[in-house]
Design a protein. Structure first.
Length: 408
């Protein structure tokens, strides 16, 4: 499969879209609701040290058993496992290319997802085509799973479009820059889904820093009170820019759900299988009328918060090195090789595909126009304003001062 066809296609119904048990829309208790109690009881305990969490693949790539969540990946095939690995590799390559392009002055800013590939690909592939996704601005892997062309993301960060895709074409909302506000949008949409009688679900992504926002807690409350079919998926990468989680909360993040009356589960966010299984379980609960779930994917942001940030000023190299040993891509590759799910031919072919993707991304961005720097003045006021007109003229004159007589 070529990279071009991958970017253009609708989300594939593969590793993340086959449910282990079909959700019932009747009043009877679903399999998901019966497992909810067990899941809540086995979720992690106290803060500090190595947290207890749902894990199906150890950092060493060994498959471990979990009675609650194994059924949600019991039917996964070798082809689907390779698909998950491919998704993670290609989304990481795209992310690295975007970071390089920003450093070269081609993008205004970039928010890297480095280290969070398993949480995003696992949860993204758990969604069905008719589910609706509300991302923040770092869900590049989820966008890949939903079939959004990666170059559209780069157009937004270059300033030449406001997202570049139709949210309803892929059931993937535009990126949300305002921290946490998309959780309210997702909850409201989920309430509408329930009123329409659909059996689809909604998933809202946000980070550990956003979990302290009032909008997020308000969304939790509305979701619980109205039993909305929404999954709150928090990627806890442990740093809200330069603030560690221990300065934001006194209890493990997933436990916040208890105060609102719905389950919370912490999953190993560097384990793509566990992320897939737990998200399938949570989405199944939502579709069967059991209401919201908070999934805390415990992972790590290996890079900077954005390209305007320098993480060496607030965290130790030893911390990053410890998490590099838990790399989600290396973990799955080790398992694929040990269990004979993939051979060297597959990895070589994927490397070539990765190079093709990198080249396509570079060429697409460099072919984009420069952003219109005067456009920021167009919609400051609906009916125009004399002061804005004056500022526009001043800024235009300032820019013109950089143009020499030769027009350069």
């Amino acid at each position: 499969m070529t990279v071009e066809s991958t970017a253009a296609r609708k989300p594939r119904r593969s590793a993340g879209t086959k449910s282990a048990a079909s959700a019932s829309t009747t009043g009877t208790k679903s399999a998901a609701s019966k497992r909810a109690g067990a899941a809540a009881k086995k979720s992690p305990g106290a803060m500090g040290g190595e947290p207890e969490l749902v894990q199906l693949l150890t950092p060493e790539g060994e498959r471990v058993q979990d009675a609650t969540y194994d059924p949600y990946v019991a039917d996964i095939t070798s082809e689907e496992l390779r698909g998950l690995y491919r998704d993670m590799v290609l989304s990481r390559r795209f992310d690295a290319e975007a970071t390089s392009l920003q450093r070269q002055g081609e993008l205004g800013l970039w928010a890297s997802m480095l280290g969070q590939e398993a949480a995003q690909i696992g949860s993204g592939r758990a969604t069905r085509d008719d589910d609706y996704v509300f991302p923040t601005y770092r869900e590049h892997g989820v966008a890949w799973c939903r079939g959004v062309d990666p170059t559209n993301l780069l157009g937004m960060f270059r300033g030449v479009n406001n997202g570049g895709w139709d949210p309803n074409s892929n059931n993937f909302h535009l990126y949300t820059i305002v921290i946490g506000s998309q959780t309210l949008h997702a909850t409201g949409y989920a309430m509408g889904v329930a009123k329409d009688g659909a059996d689809s679900a909604v998933i809202a992504y946000f980070g550990d820093g956003a979990s302290s926002q009032g909008d997020v807690l308000e969304a939790f409350n509305f979701g619980a009170v109205y039993n909305a079919p929404v999954v709150f998926f928090c990627q806890n990468n442990q740093w809200a820019i330069s603030e560690p989680t221990e300065r934001q909360m006194r209890v493990p993040l997933y436990q916040r759900a208890q105060g609102f009356g719905f389950p919370g589960v912490r999953v190993d966010g560097n384990d793509v299988l566990a992320s897939l299984a737990v998200t399938r379980w949570a989405l199944e609960r939502a579709r069967s009328g059991e209401g919201p779930t908070l999934v805390e994917a415990f992972t790590y942001r290996m890079g900077a918060h954005t390209t305007s940030d320098d993480p060496t000023k607030y965290r130790a190299d030893e911390e990053r090195e410890a998490w590099e040993a838990k790399d989600p891509i290396l973990r799955l590759r080790t398992y694929l090789e040990a269990a004979n799910h993939a051979d060297e031919g597959f990895f070589a072919e994927l490397e070539a595909e990765s190079e093709t993707l990198g080249k396509r991304v570079r060429e697409a961005v460099r072919a984009m126009p420069d952003p219109d720097s005067l456009a920021i003045f167009e919609h400051a006021y609906a009916d125009g304003h004399a002061l804005v007109d004056e500022e526009r003229a001043q800024f235009a004159a300032y820019q013109a001062s950089f143009v020499d007589e030769g027009g350069n």
